[in-house]
Design a protein around this ligand. Structure first.
Ligand code: NAI
Ligand code: MG
Length: 492
């Protein structure tokens, strides 16, 4: 077992080709503890030339990793999962300090990260193709082959967990990777890459470059030697990445957040609904793409539900992640600025603050759990992703209005329905424009279930076996069994 208090290094280099290497110009920046606003460590600001070195290292490592037998690949990836489990406390503490989240939430993230490695490891020797019946004169079959170099650009809300979500299936499928963690939260990725090496991942199969979106992220997503890109983050950055990828015809998997409706009917268990919804909006201080941001509630039970939501929200204890409170700080000063601006915007648009709405008078980027009522669905606080502990409550008159409001949004990541009426639950599940629908619960997806957005919430699916579609391309092979030549024409 590792000690949780493994010291954080003062300075971190880039991890390229199995080694710690300094960047071309040695520029560094601080990563900050958002509970104290104090620097934790200095991290390297990679430039285009460093990104190029990392991509070349991944390219060089690709043929050997691709040709490593699937069961051996699976064993190595499984060992990563075990090492992540053994180092859970250390990784959770590191994540909590760098990102801000309560330690128990960080532990849950790390266990989830271990599970990704374990889950995908078991699939390594089961990535089968198909045989296609084309008649007796030909054998036709498909094989699923890795793309090559997979770029992973991750955000700051679940840094270690999302490292695992992308790297595990990418590697299991036989790709090599270059990971660029978010500049706010690089430390867990820099530790994970060491554990991956300890598990037996060959040099160059995982490279970690730290740095900013511009230039490091852009150099990675526009690199002609990157074969597939996985990105989680904002819509605007997703659009930029997609445009850059277009120049090289590089496929993208994009997970771009949401503004997710939680629909509550009078026949729901209101206490349970309030409990799920508050967890779903205040976990990780609301910095969750699948948070329950918009409560749509039948007007008959509006006041009763709001009372319960306010009871829950106002009982939250907020503090540094290391004290394991109900809610920690926001991850960065920038995010604090964004969230407080949205709270101000809500006030100005005449929505009512039922509870919260203030920052805490102390060091760190803390905001109270906040509930807005008197919200209309066309207000910006109801349409835009706040990514903070801010819940908006909107009443509806009947089920058709509920569905209309739920879908009247650019996003389509997740949605939830709270009702005891089974047929209504299924009707809504059919008609909600979202990649994931929860009935009488929230965060219902696991490592095993596909996850991704409709509409502006993204392209492709992560998690589950479907994630392999981002990391494997199909090759069809046709074999002539006859002595004939020249019979077939294209398009026939
Ligand atoms: P962002 O989308 O700009 O950053 C995410 C990652 O993309 C980081 O690693 C960043 O360095 C990288 N990046 C930034 N610009 C890039 C570029 N041009 N090319 C390649 N990579 C680039 O998000 P940001 O600015 O940190 O947060 C803004 C908002 O985005 C948040 O308030 C939230 O609404 C949303 N967001 C959504 C997330 C989700 O889970 N879907 C996660 C993080 C942010
Ligand atoms: Mg930090």
């Amino acid at each position: 077992m590792s000690t949780p208090n493994q010291p954080i290094k003062d300075v971190y280099d880039l991890h390229i080709g199995g080694e710690w290497v300094s960047s071309t110009d040695n520029e560094r920046f601080d990563t900050v503890n958002p509970a104290t606003e104090k620097p934790l460590a200095k991290v390297t600001a990679a430039k285009a030339a460093d990104v190029d070195r990392a991509v070349q290292a991944a390219r060089a490592a690709f043929p050997t990793w691709r040709d490593t037998s699937p069961d051996e690949r699976g064993r190595i990836i499984y060992r990563i999962g075990q090492l992540v489990r053994e180092h859970r406390d250390e990784l959770a503490l590191l994540e909590s300090r760098d990102q801000g989240k309560p330690i128990s939430q960080a532990e849950s993230d790390i266990e989830g990260a271990a599970r990704y490695f374990e889950y995908y490891a078991g699939a390594a020797d089961k990535l089968e193709g198909t045989s296609v019946p084309v008649g007796p004169d030909q054998v036709d079959f498909t094989v699923r082959e890795p793309y090559g170099v997979s770029a992973q650009i991750t955000p700051w809300n679940f840094p270690a967990n999302l490292f695992a979500r992308g790297v595990a299936p990418a590697l299991v499928a036989g790709n090599t990777t270059v990971v660029k963690p978010a500049e706010q939260t690089p430390l867990s990725s820099l530790r994970l890459v060491e554990l991956c090496a300890e598990a037996g991942v060959p040099d160059g199969a995982i490279n970690v470059i730290t740095g900013f979106g511009d230039p490091a992220g852009e150099a990675l997503s526009s690199h002609p030697d990157v074969d597939t890109i996985t990105f989680t983050g904002s819509v605007t950055t997703g659009q930029t990445i997609m445009k850059q990828a277009a120049d090289n015809i590089t496929p993208v998997t994009l997970e771009l957040g949401g503004k997710n409706p939680a629909i509550v009917f009078p026949d729901a268990d209101l206490e349970q609904a309030a409990d799920w919804i508050t967890k779903a909006i205040f976990t990780n201080a609301g910095q969750v793409c699948s948070a329950a941001d918009r409560v749509l509630v039948h007007k008959e039970i509006h006041d009763e539900l709001v009372e319960r939501l306010v009871d829950h929200a106002s009982s939250y204890d907020v503090g540094p992640g290391s004290d394991d409170p109900d809610m920690g700080p926001l991850a960065s000063e920038e995010q604090l600025g964004k969230v407080t601006q949205y709270i101000e915007l809500g006030r100005k648009s005449n929505a009512t603050i039922a509870t919260g709405g203030n920052t805490l008078d102390r060091e760190g980027y803390f905001v109270e759990p906040t509930v807005f009522t008197d919200v209309e669905n066309n207000m910006r606080i109801a349409q835009e992703e706040i990514f903070g502990p801010v819940l908006t409550v909107i009443p509806f008159a009947d089920k058709s209005e509920a569905l209309e409001l739920a879908n009247d949004i650019d996003y389509g990541l997740v949605a939830g329905v709270f009702t005891s009426n089974v047929s209504r639950a299924h009707r809504f599940a059919q008609r909600l424009e979202a990649g994931n629908v929860y009935i009488n619960k929230w965060f219902g997806d696991t490592n095993q279930t596909p996850f991704g957005g409709y509409k502006a919430s993204g392209i492709g699916r992560e998690k589950g076996l479907e994630a392999f579609d981002s990391y494997l391309q199909t090759k069809n092979i046709a074999v002539n069994l006859t002595d004939d030549s020249g019979g077939d024409l294209p398009g026939a």
